[in-house]
Design a protein around this ligand. Sequence first.
Ligand SMILES: *[C@@H]1O[C@H](CO)[C@@H](O)[C@H](O)[C@H]1NC(C)=O
Ligand SMILES: *[C@@H]1O[C@H](CO)[C@@H](O)[C@H](O)[C@H]1NC(C)=O
Ligand SMILES: *[C@@H]1O[C@H](CO)[C@@H](O)[C@H](O)[C@H]1NC(C)=O
Ligand SMILES: *[C@@H]1O[C@H](CO)[C@@H](O)[C@H](O)[C@H]1NC(C)=O
Length: 289
Amino acid sequence: MGLLLVSASIRLTKNSTPLTFDEAFSRLYGDQNLMFLDEPGNCVQISLDEHNGSGFKSQKPYLYSLFSASIKLPANNYTAGVVVTFYTSNNEALGDSHDELDFEFLGHAGGTNWVLQTNVYGNGSVSRGREERYDLNWFDPMEDFHRYSILWTENWIVFYVDDVAIREVKRVDGMGGDYPSKPMNLYATIWDGSGWATQGGKYKVNYTYGPFSAQYSDLVINGCSISMDPTHQQQPYCLDAPRFVTDFNGLMPEEIQKMRDLRTKYMTYSYCHSPSRYPTPLPECTIHP
Ligand SMILES: *[C@@H]1O[C@H](CO)[C@@H](O)[C@H](O)[C@H]1NC(C)=O
Ligand SMILES: *[C@@H]1O[C@H](CO)[C@@H](O)[C@H](O)[C@H]1NC(C)=O
Ligand SMILES: *[C@@H]1O[C@H](CO)[C@@H](O)[C@H](O)[C@H]1NC(C)=O
Ligand SMILES: *[C@@H]1O[C@H](CO)[C@@H](O)[C@H](O)[C@H]1NC(C)=O
């Protein structure tokens, strides 16, 4: 059934009516750097200039969902230090015990590729980063929109690029609270990460090349939105949990094969293969060695 369910999840994204900004999102910071590129507010542009970055977030938190957006990255010739994100988090609500699932796009110092980083935190596991990085050059991420999706279920996390899985995390007992399991909001931001983003901070943002603008369209959230209605006493209360989120049971062999091929070609770092950092790999690393 796995294949059907995975395909169903992807089909559902494709067939879902994208959310307009006003129905599901609100501004986060850098208001003057957020603009709509179309009337219904389906396509949102956020920019980083010498004054500010910008960002937006979902109005509601969600527990186990598929989050998806088509994103076009800044096409400037030099984007070192620039960080563009698409992620889920409950940091604002929970701080030290927060959960997070990240796509982070890290700029380049001219003539090279954007780097894509994915990461997972659960219950404040910030001292156990689960970063992976990939050279994002199997297409040109600045030329066109490409779809980036996070599937988060009770037992699996999958990061997809253009509906191809690039990373799968299975919840194993050893992860304990490190597996994200509390409602999260969806975020999209652009900010100055000069201190670390490009070659560990060697190359910094140079605003001579700015402003830097990222565009998001076809925003889709398919999952379980949480009612903050006090009558539910803050207990997670699913308004609409789609079946694929509850039934998903991992990728099918063909999908895993595609994922492996892609990782072999483009992955440049994985916390699962970082003995200096983790002499004993973290527990979930045994699933896809
Ligand atoms: C950036 O935006 C935030 C929130 O909109 C604002 O408080 C801050 O003053 C801005 N920073 C600058 C340098 O304009
Ligand atoms: C990038 O550099 C090329 C060659 O130097 C130049 O022609 C082009 O205008 C630049 N593009 C931007 C967006 O600055
Ligand atoms: C999450 O962290 C808090 C402390 O911040 C701890 O009390 C709690 O037991 C942890 N939950 C899990 C599931 O590990
Ligand atoms: C920013 O780029 C411009 C144009 O290439 C260059 O003249 C300037 O020195 C750069 N600034 C910094 C701080 O590197």
